[in-house]
Design a binder for this molecule. Structure first.
Ligand SMILES: O=C(O)CCC(=O)C(=O)O
Ligand SMILES: [Fe+2]
Length: 279
């Protein structure tokens, strides 16, 4: 884990010329280095740079991965994939569903992408955010953070917003439930809203690596809320069925504006019955 963080730091701290070849916003590219994936779409920009790599199912060739991360990134992603497979089994069983439900049948383990973030020291930390409030466009996110701190999560969920620190713990990973898992579990599992405070002017830059169990924009994988199957299950779907690609297009088109991308897919509560006609 330390090696992974060190590799991301090395890449970001290389001279500009070494990073320029990876700079793109083209989602057809498996490796994309940019600042703010949602630039000009969200109300505010975040104080961070991100190297985004689609690792699975189509593994990039070593030459596509920036040299400082080559080898270590592939090895780290493979280990996270094995961890995710086990987590999906345990969560499926916890919901009273077959062990392979969330990972295999619902698509949780179909794809894995890695967002390696670099939050530079910020001269005016009170005037911006490292990452604004959001929940993740994934089934699950496995997050590795360095010792800087700054990650916070909302507990309990709105309208009673209370931000709590998620402090770094040596050797530990943070696992977030993402929006896609909230959708396919029909809201029995809830995605967690979180944010990252900016790194103070004194630095050093903060580094984190988020592994998203998610899919590509081109994915036509159906995402269907599971109805029934275990105690606590709802009898009716809370969300309309969609595809992973449609969900991601909506999430990215909206940008990190502080609102949940899931609202767009929620089935409106049945309209109250109209009053009886006057006699
Ligand atoms: O940098 C972090 O700790 C969080 C990153 C994050 O929330 C994300 O990539 O979705
Ligand atoms: Fe996130």
């Amino acid at each position: 884990m330390d090696e992974m963080l060190a590799a991301v730091r090395r890449f970001n701290e290389e001279p500009l010329e070494a990073k320029v070849p990876y700079y793109t916003r083209d989602v057809a590219s498996k490796v994309r280095f940019s600042s703010n994936f949602d630039l000009f779409r969200s109300p505010a920009a975040n104080w961070r740079d991100t190297m985004f790599v689609e690792m699975f199912p189509e593994v990039p060739s070593p030459e596509e991965i920036p040299p400082p991360c080559r080898g270590v990134l592939e090895e780290y992603a493979a280990a996270v994939r094995r961890l995710g497979e086990r987590l999906f089994e345990l969560m499926s069983e916890a919901l009273g569903l077959p062990a392979g439900y969330l990972g295999r049948d619902a698509g949780g383990t179909d794809g894995l992408s890695v967002a390696a973030h670099y939050y530079p020291a910020c001269p005016e930390p009170e005037a911006t955010m490292g990452a604004t409030k959001h929940s993740d466009p994934s089934f699950l996110t496995v997050l590795l953070q360095d010792t800087s701190g700054g990650l916070q999560a909302v507990l309990p969920r709105p309208p009673e917003e209370r931000w709590v620190d998620v402090p770094p713990v040596a050797g530990a990973l943070v696992v977030n439930v993402g929006d896609l898992l909230q959708l396919v579990s029909n809201e029995r599992l809830r995605s967690v809203e979180h944010r990252v405070l900016p790194t103070g002017a004194a630095g050093p830059a903060r580094v984190s690596v988020a592994c998203f169990f998610s899919l590509a924009y081109s994915s036509t994988r159906p995402c269907v809320p599971v109805v029934g199957g275990g105690s606590g299950a709802r009898a009716a779907a809370v969300y309309r069925s969609t595809t992973a690609g449609e969900f991601l297009a909506h999430y990215n088109g909206k940008g990190l504006d502080g609102r949940s991308a899931l609202d767009h897919f929620r089935i409106p509560a049945a309209a109250a019955s109209p009053p009886p006609p006057p006699q």
